[in-house]
Design a protein. Structure first.
Length: 107
């Protein structure tokens, strides 16, 4: 904006606003053209669908009471015995129930 003063009477003579009309019109056309092109490209794009694969993991509740009781009974039979030979033989017979074939209990 250019303001011109008359120095003798301190009054405004004219106000000239420089808008550069040609450049302004070109910039408006560029703005409208780019928005129009963006809308056109949005509606004419090739449909591409992203496939999201979902793996459903089902939770299973495992009852561990039988395992705990097995381990407790095995530990009780394994670590408790007496010093006489009959008690040791009885202990070995009880431990054979817990072990698979081929394993021997040795003291």
């Amino acid at each position: 904006m250019v303001i011109v003063f008359d120095s003798s009477s301190y009054s405004f003579i004219s106000i000239k606003v420089g808008t550069h009309k040609k450049l302004t019109l070109v910039l408006w056309f560029v703005l409208i053209g780019s928005v129009s092109f963006g809308i056109y490209k949005n509606f004419t794009t090739i449909d591409r669908h992203t496939v999201h694969e979902k793996e459903v993991i089902e939770t299973k509740i495992v009852d561990t009471n039988r395992i705990e009781s097995f381990v407790t009974a095995f530990a009780t039979d394994y670590y408790m015995w007496q010093q006489d030979q009959a008690a040791i033989d009885r202990r070995n017979e009880q431990l054979k129930n817990y072990l698979t074939e081929g394993y021997n209990i040795s003291i």
